[in-house]
Design a protein around this ligand. Structure first.
Ligand code: PLP
Length: 281
């Protein structure tokens, strides 16, 4: 296994970063996870655009343009023989003696790792997954994809302990998103999802919205009161690793009839059709 580190490809065991890397000390870093199907990236440009927005928000100068990122990531999956899998890309502000404010002229640390797999288990697709709700105790810049993920980590661990797949954040009584997914609720035939305000603008969320509009499913990007879960006919997750999944139980109560529903089926089918059309997989 080879890893991309600061401009070169190195064996996994030799890919090391100094202890005063600000990514390690302060989570002063941004990241992306990008899927590939059949050796081709899905929506790479959308992920790179989001990486640029995250970098701009944190004033981290990105060392490569999109053409160079594309070249690097394509070479990374090729060298690792990854066809169906994902890459993790992280850019930290760089290495400096520990102090909150950073000095001028830092060289960002760039790491990219490729892994096979990533498709959700067939069982999760067929039967749907369970979720729990948790308080959204994150900060005010949730649209920035930073490695500061402790609220997400703790929430996901709680979900795992409860035998659930995902934890759904609730802020001021409203459903925002999952720890690593966006969330949709179907009510009276309308597909609802939180607007792009202090949530992560999911690439898969965008694909799902495209598919829904194309399929003539009415869509509303508006905040969803958590109480709606009790009367929702469907709850659906979207994410790079989850793709599109049905949530059939929240906090131990069934969603709708407790089985993946028709809107989920159409959205997942539409998602896979787009993957096929855009990657040839
Ligand atoms: N919301 C959060 C908090 C995430 O971390 C992620 C991805 O990891 C998503 C949503 C889904 O985004 P995407 O579809 O771009 O993977």
């Amino acid at each position: 296994e080879v890893v991309f580190l600061n401009g070169g490809f190195v064996p996994y065991d030799q890919a090391v970063v100094p202890v005063e890397d600000r990514g390690f000390l302060f989570a002063d870093a941004i990241y992306e996870v990008i899927r590939c199907y059949g050796g081709r990236f899905f929506r790479l440009d959308d992920h790179l655009e989001r990486l640029e927005q995250s970098a701009a928000a944190l004033e981290i100068p990105l060392p490569y343009d999109r053409a160079r990122w594309t070249q690097v990531l394509e070479e990374l999956i090729r060298r690792n023989g990854v066809r169906d899998g994902s890459v993790y890309v992280q850019v930290s502000r760089g290495v400096a003696p520990r102090a909150h404010a950073w000095p001028d002229g830092l060289q960002p640390t760039v790491v990219a790792i490729a892994r096979p797999g990533g498709t959700p288990p067939a069982e999760a697709v067929r039967r749907g997954v369970k979720a729990i709700t948790v308080p959204d105790n994150r900060w005010g810049l949730c649209w920035v994809k930073t490695t500061g993920l402790l609220p997400n980590v703790l929430a996901k661990q709680r979900a795992a302990r409860a035998g659930a797949y995902e934890a759904l954040f609730v802020r001021d009584g409203l459903l925002t998103e999952g720890t690593s997914s966006n969330v949709f609720v179907v009510r009276e035939g309308v597909l609802y999802t939180h607007p792009l305000a202090n949530i992560l603008p999911g690439v898969t969320r965008m694909v799902v919205l495209e598919v829904a509009r194309e399929a003539g499913i009415p869509v509303r990007e508006q905040a969803i009161p958590v109480q709606w879960l009790e009367r929702a006919s469907e709850v659906i997750l979207s994410g790079t690793n989850s793709e599109v999944l049905a949530v059939v139980e929240v906090d131990g109560r069934p969603v709708g009839d407790g089985r993946p529903g028709p809107v989920f089926a159409r959205l997942r089918e539409g998602y896979l059709a787009r993957v096929a059309a855009e990657t040839g997989a």
